[in-house]
Design a protein around this ligand. Structure first.
Ligand SMILES: Nc1ncnc2c1ncn2[C@@H]1O[C@H](COP(=O)(O)OP(=O)(O)OP(=O)(O)O)[C@@H](O)[C@H]1O
Ligand SMILES: [Mg+2]
Length: 285
């Protein structure tokens, strides 16, 4: 798809409402959202607010696989999702499931990574090149010949992500990617997301409850409540707004401390995103 200039969003959700078949309640109601190329966006909100449903609408599982009442439209990179075949969508939108077991099946790590490319019918040499490239990028070359079921959760996640990145999608969606990971592995995944964003220009939409992990690298937070988008803005805008806690977000301490200081009239020169930045601001003359 040719570039259409920075003003055309990569993803545009327009007046989207969806109810699952036989469900009495709408899972999504009049959702409007634009995501620009190169952004990293956190999708937040309490359990059941519709985050996964919205992601399924973006990658086409809804309406292609889940029946229901669908209104509005989603455009990804110029294509209307409901009118685009799943095969084409799979190349445009990478989707990392919460549990990488669902995405790992073959006999070795490198065959796993090549799986999506085989489905695209790429020439063998090009496939080899892309698998090697992505294994280098994600630092998993030493695992190439290992059977995936012997890997740790963090390694499995990397392998699943490598399989996605090898397809060269413009948009990658992660649904609670750190929920199975220990804190160190989770922060390694966050660094990897930042690197893939900077070096390959990949746009990310990430559902995450542990906000403090992602706020340092996120451009925006979108908050959902009861199937609607209720807030959006930079991490600082959203997390220092008192309304954010009414939508069930766990406000990272850095942001609550910043709000508290502002309330008491001692506004810091710059809003910190990490405890380290907070310490610097507090120590600034
Ligand atoms: N396959 C399904 N069939 C029917 N209803 C569903 C289905 N999946 C989700 N729902 C309903 O749709 C609403 C939104 O659920 P969804 O899973 O999108 O929320 P979520 O924000 O991802 O929650 P969580 O944080 O727990 O993952 C909920 O009321 C849920 O019960
Ligand atoms: Mg969910």
């Amino acid at each position: 798809m040719a570039s259409k200039g920075p003003e055309v969003p990569l993803l545009s959700v327009e007046g989207l409402s969806f109810s699952y078949l036989d469900s009495p309640r709408a899972a999504l109601t009049d959702v409007n959202l634009k995501i620009n190329r190169g952004e990293i966006v956190i999708l937040a909100g309490q359990s059941g607010c519709g985050k996964s449903t919205l992601l399924r609408c973006v990658n086409g599982l809804i309406p292609h696989m889940y029946p229901g009442d669908y209104k509005g439209r989603i455009v990804v990179d110029g294509d209307v999702v409901a009118e685009t075949p799943m095969g084409k969508l799979a190349q445009m939108v990478g989707f990392l499931f919460q549990n990488p077991e669902n995405q790992i099946f073959m006999f070795s790590v490198e065959r796993d990574i090549a799986f999506g490319l085989e489905n695209q019918g790429l020439p063998r040499q090009e496939m080899r090149r892309r698998v090697d490239e992505v294994m280098g990028l994600l630092h998993i070359e030493p695992l190439a010949l290992r059977p995936p079921h012997e890997l740790s959760d963090g390694q499995k996640q990397r392998v699943a992500l490598a399989g996605i990145i090898a397809m060269r999608p413009n948009l990658v969606i992660l649904d609670e990617p750190t929920s199975l990971l220990d804190p160190k592995t989770a922060s390694e995944l966050v660094s990897l997301v930042s690197k893939l964003n900077k070096e390959l220009g990949i746009t990310f939409v990430i559902v995450e409850h542990r906000l403090e992990l992602l706020t340092p690298i996120a451009d925006r937070i979108v908050v959902m409540d009861k199937g609607r988008v209720v807030m959006e803005g930079t991490p600082t805008e959203v997390l220092t707004n008192p309304a954010s806690s009414t939508h069930g977000l766990a406000i990272p301490p850095v942001f609550s401390l910043y709000s508290e200081l502002a309330e008491r009239g001692s506004r810091l020169p710059r809003a910190p995103l990490t405890p380290e930045e907070m310490a610097q601001e507090l120590n600034a003359p």
